[in-house]
Design a protein around this ligand. Sequence first.
Ligand SMILES: Nc1ncnc2c1ncn2[C@@H]1O[C@H](COP(=O)(O)OP(=O)(O)OP(=O)(O)O)[C@@H](O)[C@H]1O
Length: 359
Amino acid sequence: MFLQLDRITVAYSRAPATRPAVQSVSFSLEAGGIGVLIGPSGCGKTSLLRAIAGLEPISAGVLRIEGDVLSDPAHGVHRPPEHRGIGMVFQDYALFPHLSVTDNIAFGLKHLPRPERQQRVDEMLTLVGLEAVAQRAPHQLSGGQQQRVALARALARKPRLLLLDEPFSNLDIDLRERLAQDVRTILKQIGATALFVTHDQMEAFALGDQIGVMHAGELVQWDDAYTLYHRPASRFVAQFIGHGAFTRGQWVNTPEGTRVDSALGLLNDASACLLPGPSNECDVLLRADDVVHDDTSPIRARVERKAFRGATFLYTLRLSSGETVLAHVPSHHDHEIGEWIGVRAAVAHVVTFANASQD
Ligand SMILES: Nc1ncnc2c1ncn2[C@@H]1O[C@H](COP(=O)(O)OP(=O)(O)OP(=O)(O)O)[C@@H](O)[C@H]1O
């Protein structure tokens, strides 16, 4: 593996009562891979990124790039940031305001002979599509263009690894997802290995080959987007990724195999689920796309709330069991609040957790 974190801990305070900002985090990223760390505010994402860059010391664990040990406090190893071959892009772009786009990109290339420097800058301008604004100053650019300059400046030095801390958070929400996809294309084009920090799920899905969910300093799951969404490792991940609702369920054995009985009927394809605890009780994750409006269904639900989302409404529905689920319904099905409508489950992968009362 190209980047390897082995039980990395970052502790700002030596006081034993204080929880470390990052606790024993391990994951790896292959060369050319794009990783994304996501999690709620204060979960330790930035601390971990800064520790990889060498800007924060680690208190335990080993950090390697291409087998090269960069941090290993047990053996007194802490390579300074400037000798790690790591580039960083920050949320505020940190461009030099008095320098043109070209000179910003060329800034870290002073060691190169002039023709080579110019060639590298031209390559970077083409890569990020900014040839037309090469002579402008940063304040004459849009936020998205400024972020591309910051990316070009970091990539111009050909870092072994690129770290990006919330690089799109100053941009409009519409622009963010598009720029995230563009940046992914650029990084893939040159085979760069990169690790992003974000708190935006759509951005993480648009960017990452691998996504790590952090919670209270720990990495609770490191997987591709599909697995995170469909096979969340914990209740926390299930709620953080995709806003799931839970309903009570019960494992039952039927002649066709194991099923989960829920307020929406018997759910199939439970084979890959976590095994139930001592009782057969469980909580079933139901996402808005797992619940389908169907007038012919005998299962009824009352419309509690609805939010217009363009092509669909997001309905909040109360089942006769009293439980609440969400459903995306095509927006031509415009039902009134309080109306009872037919629903059925269309769950591709059943996900269950131990019953909340057993936790
Ligand atoms: N320099 C510091 N000194 C002491 N404590 C710090 C320092 N930087 C961060 N912390 C603490 O470490 C914990 C993790 O912070 P960190 O900034 O890494 O989280 P984050 O997930 O990046 O949050 P956000 O999304 O809000 O930026 C928090 O409890 C924070 O208060």
